[in-house]
Design a protein around this ligand. Structure first.
Ligand code: UDP
Length: 486
């Protein structure tokens, strides 16, 4: 089933213009949009991906589509859903293979499964798309559907691939061999880093960074009372006084020592408002590096003695991610979370007390985003210890909030964090000792954390906000339409 989604995007260009340090970027965007509009008149721009919530792409599309509309482009958002769970198992494998993981064997019947599901989606999308339209297809899931439409109809199509690896191995070669026939049908492809462009697409691909929306629920400023109300509403702290805001539709859950789940204030207050907090918020995915981060934090705690600075003694690690029941296109999420739970249960009781594994409610997109926002703002250090990372919006989000970030040296994070300037990079995200050393040094040095945070915010301001992102898209749209029909 393919569904059209109404993007929930609440900020208007006027709202951004009202923020002094964003006004100039909006002006430049308006200017470039006006120049492109005549060429796009009468054409719809269709964004197609495979999930309406959870993950970076679902995060990016509402502001992109919303602002394109406000700039007078006829932009739409379609989500390709498949009733066949084996399809998403296959696309998850392809996702891992593009990241260089997993076995390189893909069977002939997997090709026909991929083709068949793509065909079904193409037929559904085809009813809505008109000749002359521009299709922008995100990631491997809807790739075959977009390719079929591009072959059969008088449309232009761009494939936006958000993932990649900076080297070849048997898994990446097999994945690209598999995807090549569909990927080549597109007019143009877009990747997040030059290193990700596979050989089969060199010459028809360009680079475009993702971005964050500074006024979204995930990123906007939270005055103190709003922040505490969100923490209380989502069950992350017990309110010590009456709170005016109503409680959230669902609350976070915290892993308990016996492996069960309970409200996040059990067995004690996590200390989000008072203790030094190290936090990673991501999807539950082995490649996000939760396990080695847990081991690194445990190594740090084991190493410190009674004479260690109080910051280290009091520090807690928060590992948060979405309630896995809500992520339709990520069948491995549950397994990854189970592995983390098992590792947590294996920790000594004193260490368990210093680690909170949280699942964040997904019933309301807005409430989930506010909780992520609040958690990042309560953190002294935000970590993204990914073994592989396409870009890593979680790092961008924390950098925008002036939090000191620790990233792995996965390509996506290297695009954003200049080591020692905008945050710290660990060379080997699987090395608990290196993680422990990096966290220990940062936790002990508030002046350095502040300097890193300031530089990080500046970097996001210059390169990773929605305005620069949209301008790059306008260029790709204009060039694609010109090369297809002029
Ligand atoms: N995220 C969220 N709720 C959660 C966990 C994560 O909204 O419970 C968001 C996170 O804030 C970020 C996105 O999901 O915006 C993840 O994007 P990223 O680029 O870091 O990784 P991806 O999931 O695309 O691999």
């Amino acid at each position: 089933m393919t569904r059209e989604i109404e993007p929930q995007h609440h900020a208007s260009l006027r709202d951004y213009e009202g923020v002094a340090h964003l006004a100039r970027a909006v002006r430049e965007l308006r200017h470039e949009a006006e120049a492109l509009l005549p060429r796009m008149r009468g054409r719809r721009v269709w964004m197609v991906n495979s999930t309406a919530q959870g993950g970076g792409v679902a995060e990016l599309l509402p502001p992109l589509v919303g602002l394109l509309r406000e700039l007078d482009f006829d932009a739409r958002w379609l989500v390709m859903e498949s009733e066949d769970p084996s399809f998403f198992r296959l696309t998850k494998r392809l996702h891992n293979m593009i990241h260089g993981e997993g076995s390189a064997d893909l069977a002939a019947d997997e090709r026909s499964l991929y083709e068949r599901c793509g065909r079904l989606a193409a037929d559904e999308i085809g009813g809505q798309v008109a000749d002359g339209d521009l299709l922008i297809v995100h990631d491997p899931q809807p790739l075959a559907a977009g390719a079929a439409l591009r072959r059969e109809r008088d449309i232009a199509a761009v494939w936006r691939c958000h993932i990649g690896l900076d080297r070849e191995n048997p898994a990446t070669v097999a994945a690209w061999d598999f995807l090549e026939p569909w990927a080549r049908a597109y007019d143009h492809a877009v990747f997040t880093a030059a290193e990700y462009i596979p050989r089969c697409l060199s010459g028809k691909a360009s680079v475009l960074y993702p971005s964050i929306d500074p006024l979204s629920d995930k990123n906007r400023e939270l005055p103190v009372h709003r922040l505490t109300a969100i923490l209380a509403g989502g069950g992350l702290v017990r309110a010590g006084a009456p709170v005016a805001d109503p409680p959230f539709s669902a609350v976070a859950q915290r892993l308990q020592a016996d492996g069960s789940w309970a409200v996040a204030t059990e067995p004690d207050d996590i200390g989000l408002l008072f203790r030094p907090i190290v936090c990673q918020v991501s999807r539950w995915d082995r490649l996000k590096g939760y396990l080695p981060l847990l081991q690194g934090f445990a190594a740090l705690k084991r190493r410190i003695g009674d004479d260690a600075p109080r910051t280290l003694q009091l520090a807690r690690l928060v590992l948060a991610g979405p309630d896995p029941a809500f992520i339709a296109d990520d069948p491995e999420g549950r397994e990854a979370l189970d592995e983390l739970c098992a590792a947590y249960r294996g920790l000594a009781p004193a260490l368990q007390e210093d680690v909170a594994v949280l699942t964040l409610p997904m019933e309301s997109r807005e409430e989930n985003a506010l909780l992520v926002n609040a958690l990042q703002r309560c953190s002294d250090v935000v970590v993204q210890n990914s073994l592989r990372e396409g870009f890593g919006l979680t790092a961008t989000e924390a950098m925008w909030k002036r939090i000191a970030v620790v990233g792995s040296s996965a390509v996506g994070l290297r695009q954003q964090i200049r080591d020692g300037l905008d945050g710290c990079l660990v060379r080997n995200p699987q090395d608990p000792e290196e993680i422990a050393r990096t966290l220990g040094a940062l936790l002990a040095d508030p002046v350095r954390r502040e300097a890193l945070g300031l530089s990080a915010q500046q970097r996001v301001h210059d390169d990773f906000l929605i305005f620069a992102h949209l301008r790059r898209w306008l260029k790709v749209m204009g060039d694609t339409v010109a090369s297809r029909w002029d």
